[in-house]
Design a protein around this ligand. Structure first.
Ligand code: CO
Length: 151
């Protein structure tokens, strides 16, 4: 029981940390074996030319069982990107190759792995709405969130 409380506290602290570094150009999000991200919003600072987005899979299940990625697209394109990604299969990280609706996406990774991509802020129109999601089959409904542009 004590251990659980400690874990909950660590989780709370981890989730609070990004607020203290809102202007950072380094953004990290985690995925776990319970099909969850640790964040439901990714904050991208407008003062950054480039965002370094890191996805860490904190679980241990392999990529073909509990794979996670981060796919970013306009909100209205998310469903289409997801559907076409499923058809593209694991060989393509469940992202349709050269999908022009995809602003950016990470590799699909399994437990214990980590991947980082550079995202150009010039690829966004900050007046428009963007979301992110995991394109692994069945994950989209839970593993999703909004992109928020901050100062
Ligand atoms: Co996933």
């Amino acid at each position: 029981m004590k251990k659980l409380k400690k874990l909950a506290l660590i989780t709370a602290l981890t989730m609070a940390a990004p607020l203290a570094f809102a202007a950072s150009c380094e953004v990290t999000i985690e995925g776990n074996d319970a099909m969850q991200y640790n964040l439901d919003t990714l904050e991208f600072s407008q003062s950054c030319d480039t965002i370094n987005l890191t996805l860490e899979h904190t679980g241990s299940l392999p990529v073909d069982v509990m794979g996670h990625n981060v796919v970013i697209a306009h909100s209205e394109d998310i469903e289409g990107v997801s559907d076409d990604g499923l058809a593209a299969g694991l060989d393509n990280d469940y992202v349709k190759p050269d999908d022009e609706r995809v602003v950016a996406h990470t590799d699909m990774i399994g437990g214990g792995e980590s991947t980082t991509i550079e995202i150009s802020m010039a690829d966004f129109n900050i007046d428009e709405e963007y979301e992110f999601f995991c394109s692994f089959p069945g994950h989209h409904g839970i593993m999703k969130g909004d992109i928020k542009f901050v100062d």
